[in-house]
Design a protein around this ligand. Structure first.
Ligand SMILES: NC(=O)c1ccc[n+]([C@@H]2O[C@H](COP(=O)([O-])OP(=O)(O)OC[C@H]3O[C@@H](n4cnc5c(N)ncnc54)[C@H](OP(=O)(O)O)[C@@H]3O)[C@@H](O)[C@H]2O)c1
Length: 367
């Protein structure tokens, strides 16, 4: 193996924790010597040992003379080692105990400051500045104090997203719907509007067996945005285990759902009789949530688009024409939609059964 391939290996390891490390970052680490991997680790769940520590411990387990083996080796880690006490002691102290020849870091962590100590130790330090693929919400929150927002939308060929009559519900195939559960699993919070909750009664849980069987997988929190509707306590979202939130303008309107287990209500500022979305983003950040998935109907999604709050659109398009049986995406106005907006670019296009899947991402990083 070449030294440059170790970062790719470390990224693959980081991916192993992508559904379980929330709200922590996904991090992978490889220790190599003479171009061979001698140790590896990843951050598995929030509060677990960090990737560097797991990798160092894997070397300790394999070699009695681990100090000798680690001396002169290279440690490749996707994120700067931490320098502060969090759920675990600072990794930098452990890294500096061994005589590593070199450290290769994928990305610096703006909340940590290990770089000076690493450089002063005499170790060679290389920083690669990887694209932030795995930890978008983590970096966005640190840099902009706002969560990374993905919006998932199912639509027909003629860009209709909500049936007018109650007897229809699904636009896309079961396979596309299951695919979208991956994005729920990557999120700290899945969020929808009261319109969708009342009409579709979704549970909004992750039901992908491959993901839910992972050790330490925890369902993301689920939230309803509702300025002042009354909600029935028998809705599926309330009947399923896990953390639930209501973002409202006045808690007292929600007396009917009082006492539901694991449900918290948060008052958000009002704007035109609706939830003020910038105050909502602030609250979500205060709650320590970095990645959110919006799965709402046309009203809430239009408000998010108008407020310029979406970083990524995941769009499933079924080969159907719904014409006047359904409502349009973004009220039929394409000017700000990702299809025609200069601010977004198509970064992925694939096919799931008969549906098309398109991912559009903001061109210049995050908003
Ligand atoms: N195709 C898809 O991907 C998809 C996904 C989800 C849902 N849907 C469909 O969408 C339909 C429901 O659409 P919808 O537009 O009525 O529901 P929605 O967008 O999910 O919820 C809208 C409600 O959210 C509340 N809200 C609070 N603050 C808001 C704000 N700033 N902006 C907008 N809304 C705010 C309002 O109710 P309050 O009076 O309670 O404040 C508003 O009526 C259903 O037919 C469902 O099947 C489609």
């Amino acid at each position: 193996m070449t030294e440059s391939s170790f970062m790719l290996e470390a990224l693959e390891l980081a991916k192993k924790g992508q559904y379980t490390s929330r709200p922590g970052a996904s991090v992978g680490c490889i220790i190599s010597k003479d171009n061979k991997i001698i140790g590896e680790g990843f951050y598995e769940y929030f509060g677990a040992k960090h990737a560097e520590i797991v990798a160092i411990e894997s070397v300790k387990e394999k070699y009695q003379n681990f100090e000798e083996v680690l001396s002169g080796s290279v440690i490749t880690v996707t994120l700067e080692p931490c320098s502060t006490f969090g759920k675990t002691p600072p990794c930098i102290d452990e890294v500096l105990k061994y005589n590593f020849k070199k450290i290769v870091i994928g990305n610096l962590d703006p909340s940590q400051s290990s770089l000076d100590r690493l450089k002063k130790s005499g170790m060679e330090v290389v920083i690669e500045q990887l694209p932030n693929g795995l930890n978008k919400g983590f970096f966005k929150t640190l840099e902009k104090h706002k969560p990374y927002v993905r919006a998932k939308i199912a639509m027909s060929e003629d860009k209709k997203i909500a049936f007018i009559n109650d007897d229809n519900q699904w636009i896309t195939s079961p396979e596309s719907r299951l695919d979208s559960h991956k994005y729920r699993a990557l999120s700290d919070l899945v969020i929808t509007g009261s319109g969708t909750i009342k009409r579709d009664n979704p549970a909004l849980t992750v039901r992908d067996d491959e993901i839910i069987k992972l050790n330490n997988f925890i369902q993301p929190a689920r939230a309803i945005v509702s300025a002042n509707s009354s909600l029935d306590k028998n809705l599926k979202i309330f009947k399923t285990a896990g953390r639930k939130l209501i973002f409202c303008t006045e808690k007292k309107v929600f007396n009917d759902v009082e006492g539901i287990e694991n449900l918290n209500l948060y008052e958000i500022k009002e704007s035109d009789n609706q939830i003020d979305l910038s105050d909502l983003m602030k609250k979500i950040t205060e709650l320590g949530m970095h990645d959110i998935l919006l799965e709402s109907g046309p009203k809430l999604i239009s408000s998010f688009i108008e407020a310029n709050l979406i970083d990524e659109f995941i769009i499933y398009i079924a080969p159907k024409i719904l014409s006047n049986t359904a409502l349009s995406f973004f009220n039929g106005d394409d000017s700000k939609s990702p299809f025609y907006s200069d601010e977004f670019e198509l970064i992925e296009e694939s096919v799931i059964k008969k549906d098309k899947k398109l991912i559009y991402r903001r061109k210049n990083g995050t908003e």
